[in-house]
Ligand binder design. Structure first.
Ligand code: ACO
Length: 428
C-alpha cells in the first residue's frame, strides 16, 4: 500500500500522508492542504470527508457490519442491557460487575428531575412536539447542575453522563404525560432503566402499570440498537457544538435538534405515516412504489436507503426478527406490519432500489415494535434520542479527552456577489 498521495496543482506536486484505521479503512490526510496549496476540498454533504478519528463505533456499510467498541451489534442485542451497552459505548470496554452496579446506582440516584424543572412543563402548549420539549429541557437541566459544567475528571464525567442518561427518560415520559393531560409520574427506585421509563409513561396514580418482561426486553433492544452510529448528522452536530468547548448538556440538546428531522431520527415517524397513508388511501403497494420512483414529488420510500449502508442495515434485521417474535407472543396483528412486509418485498425486487442499493434501514421496523409496546407515534423520535444519548456522550468525551482537538470550522467556496458599493436608500 502506498503511504502518500501525490496531488498535482498548478504545475507543482504535493505529497499527503495516507492514514489507515484498525479495520484498514484508508484516508488521505489533507490537514496541511490549504497551508501548502491555498486550495480547499469541496464535499457537499460530507460523503467523502472523515471529520475525526474515532475508536467508538465501526461500520462496514457494504457488508452490513456494525460494532460498538469492537463488539458486533448482534451479540449486544442478544446478551446485553441498555445500561451495560451505554457504559461500553462511553468507556470503551464492557464494565465489571462492580462498575455496572455503581453506574446503575448512579442512574437510580439521578432519576428524579429537580422539582422546579417540573414547572417548566407548564410553559409548553399541550400539543408541543416532544422533541422540542426534550431539547429545551436537556439545556434547562444544565442550570441545575452548575458543578457539571467543567468536567475535569472521570468521576465528574460519570456523574454527568448518569444524570443525562437517567433524567432524559424522566423528561421524555413527562412530556408524553403533559401532552395527554395526565399527572406526571415519579420514577420508581426499584425499577430498572427500561421498566422505569415504561412505568412513568403508562402508570397513573393508584393504578400501577407493570411492564411485561417481553416489553421491557424489546425496549432494551431498541435502545441498544440506537446507542451509537458513528458520525451521523446528530452525532456530528454534538461534536461540532462540543468542539467550541460547550458543555455536555448543551451539546446533547443540539444533538436532539439535529435528530428531529425526517431524513434522520424523524424517519421512524415518517415510516408509520407512510404505512398509514397507504392503508387509509387503499392504494396498493406497487402503486405507491411507482409514485416514489416517478420522482415528480419529493416522495421517498421512508425507512429505505442510508448514506453508509449499501446493504441491509444489520439493525433492521434484528428489529424485524424481534418485532415478529413480540407480536406473536403478545398475540397482536398489525396491518401496518403486513404493508411494511409487502413494501419491502416489492422494493427489494425493483431495479430502482436494487441499482441504488437502497435497503431497509433501522427506522423501517422500529415503528412497528414501538407501536406494539404502546408508544405513541409522536414519541418515536424521542425514543431514538433516549437510545442515542450514550453515543453522543461518548463522542463528546472522545473530543474532550483529545489534547489535539480543535474547534470545528469548515471552509466554503463563496458564490455570492463580488464587491459592490453601498447605495443610499433613496437611490435604490
Ligand atoms: N426512496 C426513494 N429514492 C431514494 C431513497 C428513498 N428512501 N433514498 C435515496 N433515494 C434515491 C435518491 O433519489 C437518489 O436517486 P438519484 O441517484 O436518481 O438522484 C439516490 O437514491 C441517492 O440518494 P441520496 O439522497 O443521494 O442519498 P443520501 O445518502 O444523501 O441519503 C438518506 C440518505 C437521507 C437516508 C436517504 O436514503 C433517504 O432520504 N431515505 C429516506 C429517509 C430515511 O429513511 N431516513 C433514515 C436514515 S437512517 C437514520 O437516520 C437512523
Amino acid at each position: 500500500m502506498s503511504h502518500t498521495c501525490r496531488i498535482e496543482l498548478d504545475g507543482k506536486t504535493h505529497d499527503f500522508p495516507i492514514i489507515q484505521g484498525t479495520e484498514n479503512e484508508r484516508a488521505i490526510d489533507i490537514s496541511a492542504l490549504r497551508d501548502r496549496t491555498n486550495y480547499i476540498t469541496l464535499d457537499d454533504g460530507y460523503g467523502n470527508t472523515g471529520s475525526c478519528k474515532s475508536a467508538i463505533t465501526y461500520i462496514d456499510g457494504d457488508q452490513g457490519i456494525l460494532r460498538y467498541r469492537g463488539i458486533p451489534i448482534e451479540q449486544l442485542a442478544e446478551n446485553s442491557t441498555f445500561t451495560e451497552t451505554a457504559w461500553l459505548v462511553i468507556w470503551g470496554r464492557l464494565p465489571t460487575q462492580e462498575e455496572l452496579t455503581r453506574f446503575s446506582h448512579r442512574l437510580t440516584q439521578n432519576e428524579m428531575m429537580h422539582e422546579s424543572l417540573r414547572s417548566h412543563f407548564q410553559g409548553f402548549p399541550p400539543n408541543a412536539p416532544p422533541m422540542a420539549i426534550l431539547s429545551a429541557m436537556i439545556n434547562a437541566m444544565s442550570c441545575y447542575e452548575p458543578e457539571m459544567m467543567d468536567i475535569e475528571d472521570e468521576t465528574t464525567l460519570e456523574r454527568a453522563a448518569a444524570r443525562i442518561i437517567s433524567k432524559v427518560r424522566t423528561v421524555a415520559a413527562a412530556s408524553y404525560k403533559m401532552s395527554i393531560g395526565q399527572p406526571l409520574m415519579y420514577p420508581h427506585p426499584e425499577y430498572k432503566y427500561c421498566e422505569n421509563f415504561l412505568h412513568m409513561m403508562f402508570s397513573l396514580p393508584y393504578r400501577e402499570y407493570i411492564p411485561s418482561p417481553e416489553v421491557a426486553r424489546a425496549l432494551n433492544l431498541f435502545l441498544i440498537l440506537h446507542a451509537d452510529h458513528e458520525q451521523n448528522c446528530s452525532t456530528s452536530t454534538v461534536r461540532m457544538v462540543a468542539s467550541s468547548q460547550a458543555n455536555m448538556f448543551a451539546s446533547c440538546a443540539a444533538g436532539v435538534c439535529a435528530l428531529w428531522g425526517p431524513l434522520h431520527g424523524g424517519a421512524n415517524v415518517a415510516v408509520i405515516e407512510m404505512l398509514e397513508f397507504i392503508r387509509q388511501s387503499g392504494m396498493n403497494v406497487a402503486e405507491y412504489v411507482s409514485r416514489v420512483k416517478a420522482k415528480d414529488t419529493k416522495l421517498r420510500l421512508m425507512g429505505f436507503g442510508h448514506r453508509v449502508y449499501k446493504n441491509f442495515d444489520p439493525r433492521s434485521k434484528i428489529l424485524k426478527a424481534a418485532s415478529d417474535k413480540m407480536l406473536a407472543k403478545m398475540n397482536i396483528s398489525d396491518p401496518l406490519l403486513d404493508i411494511a412486509l409487502e413494501l419491502e418485498a416489492v422494493a427489494l425486487q425493483d431495479p430502482y432500489f436494487v441499482e441504488r442499493k437502497l435497503y431497509p434501514n433501522v427506522d423501517f421496523y422500529s415503528g412497528i415494535i414501538l407501536r406494539a409496546m404502546g408508544i405513541p407515534v409522536n414519541m418515536f423520535t424521542v425514543m431514538f434520542a433516549m437510545g442515542r444519548i450514550p453515543g453522543w456522550i461518548a463522542n463528546w468525551k472522545e473530543l474532550h479527552d483529545d489534547p489535539k482537538s480543535r474547534i470545528y470550522r469548515p471552509r466554503q467556496i463563496y458564490t455570492g456577489n463580488t464587491i459592490g458599493d453601498y447605495t443610499p436608500i433613496e437611490q435604490r
